[in-house]
Design a protein around this ligand. Structure first.
Ligand SMILES: Nc1ncnc2c1ncn2[C@@H]1O[C@H](COP(=O)(O)OP(=O)(O)OP(=O)(O)O)[C@@H](O)[C@H]1O
Ligand SMILES: [Mg+2]
Length: 371
């Protein structure tokens, strides 16, 4: 799978961008604040319909413009043409010239895994971010997951609205509870299936990139321990105090352990960094296993932060992505690029919202000998 063309109009600091990309390794080099991450953000947007920076669409519209356009051509078993336009007044998404009615019909077109500095929040931040990570992976592997998640979220919202009413409507609450339990139970099943599959992949990736030999394990800690209906009714008094739904998969936790100690509490910064990289590598491996083709990797700044040992653990994954005719997009500045990375790569320079293919360097390889 690869993105053969990217087109942007009024997206962040890009007034106009048209670029053709071959399969393989693309390195975007430029000074700070030139627009490197913006390109990765646009590719991620085409894949997932959201920003990995956790911002809304309005922020991605170029200052002073009405709306942005992002589009591209994706080559997989067949070629797909994607077009997306967003303005506060109008939102359009089309696939091969036809307007997309349901997001689920669209979401498998482009699969990406992003590595970025914000990933650290997966260990340090709240459980919401970990759930979002798991939800994205399930969305990328089960076409019915997103509608299920949306159904569940609607049930939580409706139920909370009932709980906030001055006079409790018992029968309405009951009907939303049924919906909550039905969709929520399925969500928990799918999460409970995924984690034991992801955990060994993450453990293996962590071993490859970490200098230490700690054992990494991921554990799914569902909010519901045994019986959703029983636990929901037991929480009724507390629900009436807090006026919101307190039990269910919207309260699930995903815990990382290093040598059986919770990583959020006991691991060093370096260990946390290795952990999130391992998690993303595992996501890429898992997607490759399910779909038979590697996803596109978007690597923002991360390689520069890893030391040589950890980077070398990363290389087999990058090579597999190359061999699978997929793509890697990696950003770096002149000073932090990992020079030992070898293999054929294309170099692009990014300067004030313009992307230009740089002349081939020496052997066309990025290694210690070329400059
Ligand atoms: N909505 C927007 N409209 C216009 N320009 C924007 C918008 N959002 C961000 N920018 C500009 O984009 C630039 C930042 O782009 P980006 O984050 O891609 O930089 P970068 O090249 O990745 O830098 P770094 O190396 O520091 O990460 C800044 O100059 C910022 O002012
Ligand atoms: Mg950046």
């Amino acid at each position: 799978m690869h993105l053969s063309h990217l087109r942007l109009r009024d997206f962040r600091n890009y007034g106009r961008l048209d670029a053709d990309f071959t399969p393989g390794f693309h390195v975007l080099v430029g000074d700070n604040a030139q627009g490197k991450t913006n390109i990765l953000e646009a590719i991620y947007l085409l894949a997932t319909l959201r920003s990995f920076r956790g911002v809304g669409s309005a922020q991605m519209v170029r200052h002073g413009a009405k709306g942005y356009f992002a589009g591209g051509q994706v080559v997989a078993e067949s070629t797909s043409e994607v077009k997306m336009y967003w303005s506060p007044a109008e939102k359009k998404l089309s696939l091969n010239g036809e307007s997309v009615k349901r997001f689920t019909d669209y979401l498998g077109v482009l699969r990406v895994v992003v590595f970025c500095t914000e990933d650290l929040q997966l260990v340090k931040g709240t459980s919401r971010l970990r759930r979002r990570f798991i939800d994205l992976l399930l969305t990328q592997t089960h076409p019915f997951y997103l509608p299920l998640l949306q159904r569940y979220a609607r049930a939580v919202r409706s139920r909370n609205a009932v709980l906030k009413q001055r006079k409790l409507d018992e029968s309405l609450l009951e009907s939303f509870s049924r919906e909550l339990i039905q969709s929520g139970s399925r969500l928990m099943e799918l999460r409970a299936e995924l984690i034991p599959r992801l955990s060994p992949l993450t453990r293996l990736a962590y071993k490859k990139i970490s200098n230490d030999a700690e054992d990494l394990r991921i554990e799914y800690q569902p909010s519901v321990k045994q019986d959703f209906a029983v636990e929901l009714s037991k929480s009724r008094n507390r629900e009436l105090t807090f006026r919101s739904t307190l039990v269910g998969p919207h309260r699930d936790e995903i815990q990382f352990y290093l040598n059986d100690q919770p990583a959020s509490k006991f691991s060093s910064e370096g260990q946390k960094r290795s952990l999130v990289v391992a998690l993303k590598m595992a996501q890429a491996e898992y997607l490759t296993g399910i779909h038979g083709v590697p996803p596109i990797l978007l690597i923002d700044d991360v390689m520069g932060e890893l030391d040589a040992k950890r980077r070398s653990g990363f290389l087999p994954l990058l090579n597999r992505v190359q061999q699978g005719r997929s793509q890697v997009f990696m950003t770096c500045t002149e000073t932090n690029w990992p020079r030992e990375l070898s293999g054929h790569l294309r170099l692009w320079t990014v300067e004030r919202g313009a992307l230009k293919e740089a002349p081939k360097m020496g052997s066309g390889k990025l290694d210690g000998t070329s400059k």
